[in-house]
Design a protein around this ligand. Structure first.
Ligand SMILES: C[S@@+](CC[C@H](N)C(=O)[O-])C[C@H]1O[C@@H](n2cnc3c(N)ncnc32)[C@H](O)[C@@H]1O
Length: 386
């Protein structure tokens, strides 16, 4: 399987890439921050965990990680890479789902036009069986298979189960139908079991990162973090030594809309224009956005040690940055705040997928325990607050 110039010689390198997710951290960035600010055995927290990059990096580096993610797609990716089921179980389940596909011939015929132009009849039958049969919330084996299915659900011709699509985000049905029509592309006629088996075996070829208790919880950080804090107090669990996160940016990404096709496979509605909950839009309501950041960072403060480092990557867009700074100052008044240059210059996901609109760029806001601030951060650009 092509490795795009990357080396995939270890289990961590094969699993860290699960799965395609807009606005994710580069894993090397997470590795560098975790190595700089924690020691082996320390705990790392990410309340906006996405596909679990920071938590996976913590686990692979011998730390413990825990995080929260509201998107089921991000959560399935994160929990899978932290503890996939054994290969044999996943392969067996793949075959069971393929067999169950026979019962879905009629349903596959009555799906909306988009699905017929996106997937071949046999792929549609398989996906419907997976949608009904895989208990991705409660069963590790089903979640692992679902994560792998979500990775290959849509993407470039020859690399996915779908007609030509982007991999990171799904196009709207209307746009996709028009594009396929104009370009004359058809859904690939492939053997689903063979296609997935090959990719599953590649993923497992170097083993897995052994599960160590690191977790990403599915839910809303606003309500879950206070519960986690109570649980940690009762268990006398050690507090996090590093909070490493990247909150949603104001008015940029709709994590639910962009993932509508993957959400469909997880059992949610086929409506591409999902925008129901307060954390499902593009985060364009300024007061709600400020409140989200304040509530999450203030709750997170109860989960981190007094001498913890707080490392937040966010947008340089003035409103996003100011709202984040306000929330961080309120949550961590005793820490010293430093703005840091982006240490990595790789193109963002949005550029990789053809989005050429001007971007505000990103900034790292780092809060240090007051004493450590004097000794660290050789390449800081400015001190935002004394
Ligand atoms: C910038 S992304 C984080 C990406 C992550 N660093 C990664 O590498 O995958 C922000 C994430 O915050 C999540 N999110 C937004 N509101 C949330 C909330 N109230 N509770 C938990 N997660 C939330 C979004 O679904 C999105 O996945």
């Amino acid at each position: 399987m092509a490795d795009n110039g990357k080396t995939f010689g270890t289990a961590a390198k094969r699993w860290e890439g699960i799965g395609p997710y807009y606005a994710m951290f580069p894993i090397r960035f997470a590795d560098a921050v975790i190595k700089e600010h924690t020691a082996a055995g320390d705990t790392v927290l990410d309340p906006f965990a996405g596909r679990g990059t920071a938590i996976f990096s913590a686990s692979a580096l011998g730390r413990r990680g825990f995080g929260v993610e509201i998107s089921p797609v991000g959560w399935v990716f994160a929990e899978t890479k932290l503890g996939p089921a054994p290969l044999e179980q996943v392969e067996e389940r793949l075959q069971e789902i393929a067999n169950a596909g026979c019962d879905y011939a009629k349903q596959a015929q009555s799906l909306p036009e988009f699905f017929k132009k996106c997937f071949s009849p046999s792929v549609r039958r398989f996906l419907l069986a997976a949608r009904d049969g895989l208990d991705w919330r409660g069963c590790t084996c089903d979640r692992t298979l679902m994560a792998i299915l979500l990775v290959y659900l849509h993407g470039k011709e020859g690399q996915a189960l779908s007609n030509q699509m982007r991999q990171t985000k799904a196009m709207s049905p209307r746009y996709a139908l028009k594009w396929w029509d104009e370009n004359g592309t058809k859904p690939p006629d492939l053997d689903v079991v063979k296609f997935l088996q090959q990719r599953i075996r590649w993923r497992y070829a170097k083993g897995v990162v052994e599960p160590d208790g690191s977790r990403v919880y599915l839910g809303n950080s606003v309500t879950l973090l206070p519960k986690l804090a109570r649980h940690m107090r009762e268990e006398e669990a050690p507090k996090a030594r590093l909070l490493l996160t990247s909150p949603p940016y104001f008015g940029v990404t709709n994590y639910h809309y962009d993932q509508w096709l993957r959400l469909w496979l997880l059992g949610f509605e086929t409506d591409a224009y999902i925008n129901r909950g307060p954390h499902q839009g593009r985060f364009t309501h300024s007061v709600r956005y400020r409140n989200l950041l304040k509530e999450v960072f203030c709750s997170a403060a109860k989960l981190v040690a007094d001498d913890a480092v707080v490392y937040v990557r966010t947008s340089k867009d003035p409103f996003t940055k100011e709202a984040t700074l306000d929330a961080l100052r309120e949550a961590f008044p005793m820490k010293r705040l430093v703005e840091r240059c982006r240490p990595f210059r790789k193109p963002t996901q949005t550029h990789l997928f053809g989005d050429k609109t001007p971007k505000a760029g990103e900034v790292d806001l780092v809060l240090l325990p007051t004493k450590a601030a004097r000794h660290s951060l050789g390449h800081q650009t400015s001190v935002a607050q004394q």
